[in-house]
Write a protein that binds this ligand. Structure first.
Ligand SMILES: Nc1ncnc2c1ncn2[C@@H]1O[C@H](COP(=O)(O)OP(=O)(O)O)[C@@H](O)[C@H]1O
Ligand SMILES: O=C(OP(=O)(O)O)[C@H](O)COP(=O)(O)O
Length: 484
């Protein structure tokens, strides 16, 4: 689980452009996690293709325990430093009501059992710090994307696990504002924890309604944001409340995510390699452009490579191609050259005669994909080249699988990269997994423990890697100046 081993009193933040995203209309996270196993079918629209259900269950159980690793903060890249919960001592906290926004948006199965408690475990260090210092903790989170009050999105199923991890009985409120909640807050002892009901049961949450934010804030004396996975949302409980609660500080998880995803990437030990894969180049343009400014080596894999091949005049059969991104691919290749970044595209690929787990497959040079065949993984020569390139690196960030790793026949490239990262991590390289399907991939291979950092936020980590600012972080108070 996430460790509090080293939790500096304040942390550094280096971000460039400002672009706060708001809530989208994607399906709830727990639905999405299950559907993570079939995205190619969904995203590519291969009608009639069916993922193997037993395999899906297998991967789901593997996803169950992806972990944040112990904290190894990277410091010294300050353009803005936020106040941390670690700055608050018992003098600040004893008897105080603290509103803690966590991201407890965990996947639940049909029987409301938690299938991955990572986000709950990751929230524990901050809560423990507060209770150990005599605070009264008012814990808030969203779960999924409910439209109004929806029992299946209640936070009630989380109470037993939270209580177990904290070693105390967490009290659960049936609402997140109002007189009944105020009564429970008044009864809360020092060191007690009250879990508010799903804050998204109110539409005002995602609208960042100031009156709603004020009602939430009125419950407490000060505010801690530890919800990294939701820090890219400017919502009432992540941003609005900070206008009414002072100080508003960062929790340990938020701090650790920023230390890695901003600190390590902005000020990397070199050589610094980025591995970007996944289905489409369009979803990773911002990440690739941003990483090209920073990295020494860029390895590209996944479905996006065929757009690059086609842009270079190669035939790609029926592989995934984004016709409207051919010029962009060409300009990214030119940009890499201009920046002196060593951009490696796979030289061979595993092709399939259909998009299915039981497709016929063969290995061909990247320039030799026949009509009617599609590339679904990188080939053995590419694995060798990529592995050799990674051998020398000191920092690696990975976002997106190398192939359709959900199908065993096309998982070799992704698995080989995961194992290589395990190997170099053990030798001292910093290895960062930037959320999303890459997390499921390192879990599937069983190498999660070896990684330096595995992000708990998919969308939030992508936005950070793109160089965007996160509203939930921006809103926090700045750290006290360091005495000289
Ligand atoms: N060659 C390929 N053709 C089609 N889909 C691919 C290919 N390689 C990888 N994918 C798919 O890309 C998906 C992940 O894409 P994406 O969401 O961009 O990554 P992440 O979630 O890591 O950010 C996976 O489900 C994987 O099956
Ligand atoms: O699961 C989450 O995001 P993620 O799926 O991008 O990691 C967060 O809890 C944010 O949820 P949201 O995307 O419904 O705002």
């Amino acid at each position: 689980m996430a460790s509090t081993a080293a939790t500096p009193s304040s942390f550094s933040l280096l971000q460039s452009s400002s672009s706060a995203s708001t809530s989208s209309t994607r399906s709830p996270s727990f639905v999405r996690l299950a559907s993570t196993l079939r995205p190619p079918l969904r995203r590519l629209g291969f009608a009639g293709a069916a993922a193997d259900a037993s395999f899906s269950l297998h991967v789901l159980s593997k996803i169950n325990s992806y972990k944040s690793q112990s904290t190894k903060p990277i410091r010294g890249v300050a353009s803005m430093a936020k106040k941390s919960v670690g700055d608050l001592t018992s003098a600040d906290l004893k008897g105080k009501k603290v509103f803690v926004r966590a991201d407890l948006n965990v996947p639940l199965d049909d029987s409301q059992n938690i299938t991955d408690d990572t986000r709950i475990r990751a929230a524990i260090p901050t809560i423990k710090h507060l209770i150990n210092n005599g605070a009264k903790v008012i814990l808030s989170s969203h779960l999924g994307r409910p439209k109004g009050v929806t029992p299946k999105f209640s936070l009630a199923p989380l109470v037993p696990r939270l209580s177990e991890l904290l070693g105390l009985q967490v009290v659960k409120a049936d609402d997140c504002i109002g007189p009944d909640v105020e009564k429970l807050v008044a009864e809360l002892p020092e060191g007690g924890v009250l879990l508010l009901e799903n804050v998204r049961f109110y539409k005002e949450e995602e609208k960042n309604d100031p009156e709603f934010a004020k009602k939430l804030a009125s419950l407490a004396d000060l505010y801690v944001n530890d919800a990294f996975g939701t820090a890219h949302r400017a919502h009432a409980s992540t941003e609005g409340v900070t206008k009414f609660l002072k100080p508003s500080v960062a929790g340990f998880l938020l701090q650790k995510e920023l230390d890695y995803l901003v600190g390590a990437v902005s000020n990397p030990k070199r050589p610094f390699a980025a591995i970007v894969g996944g289905s489409k180049v369009s979803s990773k343009i911002g990440v690739i452009e941003s990483l090209l400014e920073k990295c020494d080596i860029l390895l590209l894999g996944g479905g996006m490579i065929f757009t690059f091949y086609k842009a270079q005049g190669m035939s790609v059969g029926s592989s995934l191609v984004e016709e409207d991104k051919l010029d962009l691919a060409t300009s990214l290749l030119a940009k890499a050259k201009e920046k002196g970044v060593s951009l490696l595209l796979p030289t061979d690929v595993v092709i399939a005669d259909k998009f299915a787990a039981d497709a016929d497959s063969k290995i061909v040079p990247a320039s030799g994909i026949p009509d009617g065949w599609m590339g679904l993984d990188i080939g053995p020569d590419s694995i060798k080249t990529f592995s050799e390139a990674l051998d020398t690196t000191q920092t690696v960030i990975w976002n997106g699988p190398m192939g359709v790793f959900e199908f065993e026949k096309f998982a070799a490239g992704t698995e080989a990269i995961a194992k290589k990262l395990e190997e170099i991590s053990k030798k001292g390289a910093t290895t960062i997994i930037g959320g999303g399907d890459s997390v499921a991939a390192v879990e599937k291979v069983g190498v999660a423990e070896a990684m330096s950092h595995i992000s708990t936020g998919g969308g939030a980590s992508l936005e950070l890697l793109e160089g965007k600012q996160l509203p939930g972080v921006l809103a926090l108070n700045e750290a006290d100046p360091v005495p000289v």
